[in-house]
Design a protein around this ligand. Sequence first.
Ligand SMILES: [Cu+2]
Length: 151
Amino acid sequence: MKRASVLSMLFFSALLLLSACSSHAGHLAQDTPSSPPSSSTASSDRLTFAEFSLSIQVALEPETPKILKENELRIVLAEAEADQWKTAKVSVTLSMPSMDHGEVQVAAEYIEPGAFVAKIIPTMIGEWKADITLEADGKSSTVSYLFSAEP
Ligand SMILES: [Cu+2]
């Protein structure tokens, strides 16, 4: 009798854990189909820092970043602009629009003429927002770039 009640307690808490997990998974499953397939995000890969009238191209490597791994977010300037911005401070802040578990900020490094690279590590499957901030001459400008992360 005692043993049976302990077992049923265990069973009950296992059920609770399962339902907690599946509601989270359900939330993710809802989000995933609504996120654009990576091919259709190509049109938004060009962004403009309005305060600087500066156009950039954003590229991810791999194209759909892997969770819990280091991925590259490249911010590429037109060749003619490269020299002018090499001392700018560029940073990337990652968040998930559909849930609130904080933000992670990483600095982007100027790795070659016209290209800043930030190493990003999304922690969950789903849709992420990268807020890319460029600071120069005491001014700052931010653009947002959406992407999905997969296992
Ligand atoms: Cu999340």
